[in-house]
Write a protein that binds this ligand. Structure first.
Ligand SMILES: [Zn+2]
Ligand SMILES: [Zn+2]
Length: 291
């Protein structure tokens, strides 16, 4: 793709007839105003957004933004790759808050206490994204990551909020820790990345599976196989924008207004009409986040 193509936002898709929610987005990383993102999304039938926090600043921003906008709900957390940075430090400063000294377990506890306080706010409908990321965090960070995940599960249960899971190359460990801690009533696997066998485990446990733009990628047949057997009443759709832009715009910036592309690809896999899947997804998202 030529450079100018990469910098051009994908065109507006044909609007959905049945409005849905983008169940997982990062408006604070998209380079547009909240108002612009909401208006563009609403113009194609994406009328509700779940804004996900990944660190303390982002979680405070998510809660404040949801408080200011009826169409936005917030989730709050320390991302699985954020927790090790708090404990071990981040000398290179590649996290969004810049270079940091190691804070140890005390710093993680202090940050978790703030997440706990934010989770009590009514506009905060979920705790996450939390979980495990064996791709980005090396063995030295795993203890901090796991301690943080267990703490987020406890916070979600105590506040009666949905738990939003980030699971990257960590399926078995995520499922095991959920079993060990006891899962909250409502669990969402964001950017679902397991295979069909894992989808059966999630379905039996009643976990929601939220599919992102990567389900449209050519090499994603295992993901489509998982989607094919996932029960319609547990399906959500998300952008994870600005990441994971659906085909045919892979490589350009993602935004909530591109949800129709992913939803239509999902409907094809499920053998459902677009309207039937959109109705199911809209109801499921409202149930998952209790709004
Ligand atoms: Zn994630
Ligand atoms: Zn995310």
């Amino acid at each position: 793709m030529a450079k100018q193509d990469k910098d051009t936002p994908p065109p507006l898709p044909e609007p959905l007839r049945v409005p849905v929610a983008d169940s997982h987005t990062h408006l604070d990383m998209q380079g547009t105003t909240v108002e612009e993102a909401l208006a563009t999304a609403a113009s194609v039938g994406v009328t509700t957004l779940v804004q996900v926090g990944c660190d303390l600043n982002g979680s405070r921003w998510a809660a404040d933004t949801a408080a200011a906008h009826e169409a936005i709900h917030a989730t709050v957390a320390l991302h699985p790759n954020e927790a090790p940075r708090i404990v071990l430090g981040d000398p290179d400063g590649w996290s969004r808050q810049g270079a940091r000294e190691p804070g140890g377990d005390a710093a993680l506890d202090a940050a978790l206490a703030e997440i706990d306080a934010l989770a009590a706010r009514p506009e905060v409908r979920g705790v996450g994204e939390t979980g495990l990321d064996h791709f980005r965090t090396g063995p030295e960070g795993m203890a901090a990551q796991e301690r943080s995940f267990r703490a987020h599960i406890e916070i979600a249960k105590r506040h009666g909020k949905a738990l939003v899971i980030h699971d990257r190359e960590a399926h078995d460990d995520v499922l095991r820790i959920l079993r060990e801690e006891g899962a909250p009533d409502r669990v969402v696997f964001h950017c679902y990345s397991g295979d069909a066998a894992m989808a059966e485990v999630c379905a039996a446990a009643g976990y929601f599976m939220s599919f992102a733009g990567n389900v449209t990628f050519k090499n994603a047949q295992p993901l489509r196989d998982a989607l094919a057997i996932a029960p319609p009443e547990l399906l959500l759709v998300e952008t994870d924008a600005p990441f994971l832009t659906p085909a045919p715009y892979r490589g350009r910036a993602n935004a909530p207004y591109l949800i129709p592309l992913t939803l239509r690809a999902m409907a094809d896999v499920k053998g459902m009409t677009e309207d039937a899947l959109a109705s199911a997804v809209a109801a499921n998202t409202a149930r998952a986040f209790d709004y």
